[in-house]
Design a protein around this ligand. Structure first.
Ligand code: CP
Ligand code: NVA
Length: 307
């Protein structure tokens, strides 16, 4: 079963194949209306369940549009509407859904839910974000970087802020795509050590640097994300803000990056908190390309899952 659960669990050749296939599918659409079908219809006669236990704009719309462009049909389900949200087990849900649909995408809280879904489903399962990782986002980000500035291998990526689920998938990608990664943020919000160690074991340089100015020296890509994720307790907001304020991505910080450095944010953003308007709407920013590329990257992921 070809599940897409995480970037570190997917073979390098398959990941590269998906990025290439995403580029090709994007180019092939060549300015067609967004509702137009692709020439080949890899999801023709396929039914896809999109399950959301957390809110979403990009993941929800891009998966739905992507399936339809590839000739398939979708069903968007919220966790609370399913019996899953009322005590039915993940395993039973997975087995039942597998009788109706050909592919399951799930956005959930605990990683254990995603893994249990994958273990029990008899159709491929895609990770649409958990508290721990967000692989589809980083596939879109790799595509975005490469279409602007060429191969990401050997480049320096700097993450400024919270060591969260999106950072974790960047760390997975560093090991698989071969780029260096620096984390800058407060020690209290460091990423899990396993993400850093695993990437290092694959031969890439992964550093933790508390000084954001030192961290971004020569960066080819600067990335940040919200200071309070969907799974973080609201009661931690003030403490997080106080600790993360020095790591805001603003024009002064961007000046220390490489001249052609890009800025990324997976969105949704809290403007003028983790990043200023000047950076988000500035010349280095590729935030809306990232959002668009969710569509193309996920189409490639789905095609791979069903191939
Ligand atoms: N970046 C991202 O996953 O956005 P949504 O929460 O809107 O899906
Ligand atoms: N880190 C954020 C990403 C949202 C797409 C969250 O988990 O809420």
């Amino acid at each position: 079963m070809k599940h897409f659960l995480d970037i570190n669990k997917t073979e390098v050749a398959d990941l590269r194949g998906m990025i290439d296939s995403a580029k090709a599918m994007k180019n092939a659409r060549n300015g067609r209306p967004k509702g137009a079908l692709d020439d080949d219809l890899p999801l023709k006669d396929h039914m896809v369940a999109l399950i959301f236990e957390k809110p979403s704009t990009r993941t929800r719309v891009s998966f739905d549009v992507g399936v339809r462009q590839m000739g398939g049909q979708t069903m968007v389900l919220s966790g609370s509407e399913l019996q899953l949200g009322h005590g039915e087990t993940v395993a039973d849900t997975a087995k039942v859904l597998s009788r109706y649909v050909d592919l399951i995408m799930i956005r959930t809280f605990e990683e254990a839910t995603l893994l249990e879904m994958a273990e029990n489903a008899t159709v491929p399962v895609i990770n649409g974000l958990t508290n721990r990782t967000h692989p589809c986002q980083i596939m879109a980000d790799i595509l975005t970087f490469e279409e602007r500035n060429g191969p990401i291998a050997g480049k320096k990526v700097v993450w400024s802020g919270d060591g969260n689920n999106v950072f974790a998938s960047f760390a997975h990608a560093a090991g698989q795509f071969g780029f260096d990664l620096t984390f800058t943020g407060p020690q209290t919000l460091d990423p899990e050590a396993v993400f850093i160690e695993e990437a290092r074991a694959k031969g890439v340089k992964v550093e933790i640097e508390r000084d954001p100015v030192k961290a971004v020296q020569g960066a080819d890509l600067v990335v940040t994300d919200t200071w309070v994720s969907m799974h973080d307790a609201v009661s931690t907001r003030e403490r997080r803000h106080n600790q993360l304020r020095p790591y805001q991505v603003n024009e002064e910080l961007m000046r220390h990056a490489a001249d052609d450095a890009l800025f990324m944010h997976c969105l949704p953003a809290h403007r003028n908190e983790e990043a200023t308007d000047a950076v988000m709407d500035g010349p280095a920013s590729v935030i809306f390309d990232e959002a668009e590329n969710r569509l193309h990257a996920q189409k490639a992921v789905m095609k791979w899952c069903l191939s």
